[in-house]
Structure formats: C-alpha cells, structure tokens
Design a protein around this ligand. Structure first.
Ligand code: PEP
Length: 260
C-alpha cells in the first residue's frame, strides 16, 4: 500500500457505551471534512462496530477492531474472530501494548492475529514499542526488531503491503509523556531499515508507519511534519470530538504542506 494518505486512527479503548459511541460518531461527522489525503479510522468497543458500520459514511470514516481471536470459529467461548469482523471492520489493532502487557498476548498470538486479519481482508495495524526500562537500557532497537520479527514471521512480501506498523513507545501511551520527534524519527528509521533487511528497499519505502503515544491536538503537528511518519494512533484525545477533529485538520494541512 502506497503512503499516499495520512492515516489517523482513534483508539477508544474500553470507553463509551454503544449509544455514546454512536453519539461521538455523530459529532465527528459534523466536524470532520472528507479529505482525499487523510484516512480516518475509528476503533470503538467491538460491541459498537456493527451499529457504527451502518451509521458511518464509509468515505468519511473506516472502522477498526481493537482486538479479536486468531481462530475463525470453533469452541472459543466469549471470543470474536476476524472472520466475524469481515465486512464490518476494515482495520484491526494487533499487538497493542495494553494487549501485550495486561492480557499477555504473546508474539505467537500476535503473529496468528496478523495472519487471521489478512486472511479475512482486514488490514492489521501492528503495534510495537519499547518499555521505559528497555529504553533506559538502550534496548529500543532490539525490542522493535524482536516485535517486528515476532509479528511478521510468515508474512509474505505481498501480504506486507496490507500491514501498517504503529510505533508506540509504551512509556508514552496514556501517560501524557511525549516522545521527542527526533527519537520518533530515529525509531521509525530503524523500523524501515529492519523491513528493508527482511523484505527489500521497495517494501521498506512503501511501509506505512504511524506514531502513537499521548498525541494531542497541540502536539500532533510536530509528529505529522516528520517525513517518516505516515499518520497517528490516538488514544485519549480521540474521545474528544473537537480535539480529534483538530488532529485530522492538522493531518490534512501537513499532507498538503509536504506536497508543496
Ligand atoms: C493508544 O491507545 O494507542 C494510545 C497511543 O493512547 P494515548 O494517545 O492515550 O497515549
């Protein structure tokens, strides 16, 4: 997938009822203009996905699942599969740090979820990032490398075109601690060089890589201006219609500026 659109993804996490989700989409639909150069993706609670898929203008908003089980069907009580999400969600988060650290999603689970998403025509957004202690120990590159290898094992070069990487330093998620744009740039360069090593130059250049971690309407532009950043994964600020629509506006402005 070419890097022709800036991707802005709102991760609502475990927030909002179905009714509240619907209301937020209604507010956003009034505030967000359709921009050819920006793709907006909303990741509500799984319960709201079907309702929202009937509600949204699909040119304005795409939908993402926050999580799913990697098997398509069977005796797995309480789970939702990518096969069931097919046609409802166009994207899915995989390997979000909250899944890795709170729910113990392993590299094996993450790899299987990437495969399940692709098999069901859902684009996985593979989240990777180092913890504060890995950063302090100078292990950022190794962590990114291990998580990339862990998530992408079995992925062919063709399949890679459907995958998006989100670089999310764990210490910056939900903490209000901002990663320095220079460090973000460096981490994403290291991700591209690892993709180059695994798949070649063209695949590395075409890879869509997002940044995520306490992004606000005020701070968004400093990341969007980085040539290596193809979009943002936004948690907290995506629950506020005004803040999120400001971030989308900034993405449009920044995409326009980079073409001048
Ligand atoms: C996230 O949920 O991926 C995230 C980056 O959250 P926040 O923006 O709240 O840090």
């Amino acid at each position: 997938m070419a890097r022709d659109k800036t991707l802005i993804v709102g991760n609502w996490k475990l927030n909002l009822t179905v009714g509240e989700s619907s209301l937020l989409v209604h507010e956003l639909s009034k505030l967000v203009k359709n921009h050819r150069d920006v793709e907006v993706v909303l990741a509500p609670t799984s319960l709201a996905l079907q309702t929202l898929s009937l509600q949204v203008n699909h040119r304005q908003f795409k939908l993402a699942a926050q999580n799913f089980y990697w098997r398509d069907h069977g005796p797995y009580t309480g789970e939702i599969s990518a096969a069931q999400l097919r046609g409802i969600a166009q994207f899915a988060l995989v390997g979000h740090s909250e899944r890795r650290h709170i729910f113990n999603d392993s590299d094996k689970d993450i790899r299987a979820k990437v495969q399940a998403a692709i098999r069901n025509h859902i684009r996985p957004i593979l989240c990777i990032g180092e913890t504060a202690s890995e950063r302090a120990n100078g292990e950022t590159q190794d962590t990114l490398h291990d998580q990339l290898i862990g998530g992408l094992a079995n992925v062919t070069s063709e399949e890679l075109e459907h995958i998006i990487i989100a670089y999310e330093p764990v210490w910056a998620i939900g903490t209000g601690q901002n990663a320095h744009p220079h460090d973000v740039s460096q981490a994403i360069r290291s991700i591209r060089s690892q993709i180059k090593h695994l798949y070649g130059t063209k695949q590395a250049e075409n890879m869509q890589v997002l940044y995520g971690g306490s992004v606000t309407a005020d701070g968004a532009s400093s990341y969007l201006a980085l040539p290596d950043v193809d979009g943002l994964l936004v948690g907290g600020a995506s629950l506020d219609a005004h803040a999120f629509s400001e971030i989308i506006k900034k993405a449009h402005k920044s995409a326009g500026a980079s073409k001048v």
